[in-house]
Write a protein that binds this ligand. Structure first.
Ligand code: ADP
Ligand code: MG
Length: 226
C-alpha cells in the first residue's frame, strides 16, 4: 500500500451514469464508503441498484463520472491505463459469481496468471502452491477447471485473488453458484482475510453470507440507504 494510514478503500460521492436507448440511468448516484483493515462489508440491494457498477469503480476497473476512489490513499484513475492495470493486480483481488477461470490453463497456472500482468517472481509460485494447499487443492494442481466441482473452482478463483497479497478483496456474489457447504468455506476464508488485516467488500443476496460480514450496506437506486 502506498499509505498505511489511509483507508484501504474509500469512495467519495462517486457517480456513474449510463446512456441507453431509454435515456440516462444514474447507476451509482453519489456513494461514499470507507473500508479499513479488518472490515468485511456486505453490500446488498435489489437487482439493478448499482452494486456491480460500484464494485467496478471501487476496483479501478471503471472510471467514475464524478467523485473519487482511493485505494490505500492513491487514486488509481490518476494513473495511465497500463500503470493502473499494474496497480490493480498488486492491490486488489477480485472474486466473481462466475469464476472466470481460464479454461485451457491448469489450476496452478490459473492462480499464477497475474504473472502475465506484472513482474513474475519465484515467491509467487510458492504462494500459489501454499494457497492451493490451504484450500485443499494440492491434488488438483494440474487439472483444468472443467474437471473441478464448482466449489473447487471458486476456491481456485479465491486463491488467484489472494496470490498477490492484496489488501482489498472485491467479491461480487462469490457464493451465488455454491451449495451451503462450499459457500461456508468461501465465507470462512474471506473472514480470515479480513481478520488478518485485509478489507473485503462483498455483494450478496444471501442472508447467510450477509451475516458472515461484520457490517452491511444497502444500496437502492444508486444510493446507500442504510
Ligand atoms: P446490480 O449489480 O445491482 O444488479 P448494476 O450495477 O449491474 O446493478 O446496474 C445498475 C444499472 O445500470 C442497471 O439499470 C443496469 O441496467 C445499468 N447498467 C449497468 N451497466 C451498464 C452498461 N454497461 N450500459 C448501460 N447500462 C448499464
Ligand atoms: Mg450485479
Amino acid at each position: 500500500m502506498t499509505d498505511m494510514s489511509s483507508p484501504i478503500l474509500a469512495t467519495r460521492e462517486v457517480r456513474k451514469e449510463f446512456r441507453t436507448a431509454d435515456g440516462v440511468i444514474a447507476a451509482v448516484d453519489g456513494v461514499s464508503i470507507e473500508l479499513n483493515g479488518g472490515d468485511f462489508v456486505a453490500l446488498h440491494g435489489p437487482s439493478g441498484c448499482g452494486k456491480s457498477t460500484l464494485m467496478l469503480m471501487a476496483g479501478a476497473l471503471l472510471s467514475p463520472d464524478d467523485g473519487e476512489v482511493e485505494i490505500g490513499g492513491e487514486n488509481p484513475y490518476q494513473l495511465g491505463v497500463e500503470r493502473r492495470a499494474g496497480f490493480r493486480s498488486e492491490h486488489v483481488g477480485f472474486v466473481f459469481q462466475q469464476f472466470h477461470l481460464i479454461p485451457f490453463l491448469d489450476v496452478l497456472d490459473n492462480v499464477r496468471v497475474c504473472e502475465l500482468a506484472s513482474k513474475s517472481s519465484a515467491d509467487l509460485d510458492i504462494r500459489a502452491r501454499e494457497l492451493l494447499d490451504k484450500f485443499q487443492l494440492s491434488e488438483r494442481l494440474h487439472h483444468v477447471p472443467s474437471t473441478l466441482s464448482v466449489g473447487e473452482q471458486q476456491r481456485v478463483a479465491l486463491a488467484r485473488a489472494l496470490v498477490q497479497q492484496p489488501k482489498l478483496i472485491l467479491a461480487d456474489e462469490p457464493t451465488g453458484n455454491l451449495d451451503a457447504e462450499n459457500a461456508g468455506i468461501i465465507l470462512q476464508h474471506l473472514s480470515g482475510f479480513a481478520e488478518a488485516g485485509g478489507a473485503v467488500l462483498m455483494v450478496t443476496h444471501d442472508d447467510r453470507a450477509r451475516s458472515a460480514a461484520s457490517r452491511s450496506l444497502e444500496l437502492k437506486q444508486g444510493k446507500i440507504c442504510s
